[in-house]
Ligand binder design. Sequence first.
Ligand SMILES: [Zn+2]
Length: 111
Amino acid sequence: MDPGYEGDQLLEAAVARGVYFEVADALLVSCYEERHMIEDMHHGLLAMEVSHAMDREELRMSKVALAAAKRIQQVAGGRCACGEQLSPGPQRGVPARFCSRLCVPASERSV
Ligand SMILES: [Zn+2]
C-alpha cells in the first residue's frame, strides 16, 4: 500500500512545520508495520519483501520531502529570516523556511 497523493501533501505540510521525520515514520508504520515486527508477522522471503518495500517507500518519501523543502526555500529566496543560507533537506524540529530551531518563533514551534 502506498500513502499516495494525500500522504505526499501531508509530508509537504510536515516539512513546512518541521515535523517531517515524525510524520514519515507514522505513515510508514500505518502502511506497513513497525520494523522490529516484520520478522514476527511474515516469514522468510515475504519478510524480506516487506522490508524492501518499506525501504523503497522511505526513499520515495525522502524525495518528496526534499522537493517540498526546495519549493518552500525558493519562496524564501534560499535564506532564513536571519540571513543564513537554508539547509537543503528537512531538519528535525525545524520548519523548512528556518535555518535552525533558534530562528523559529515560539508561536511556530511544534516540538
Ligand atoms: Zn535563521
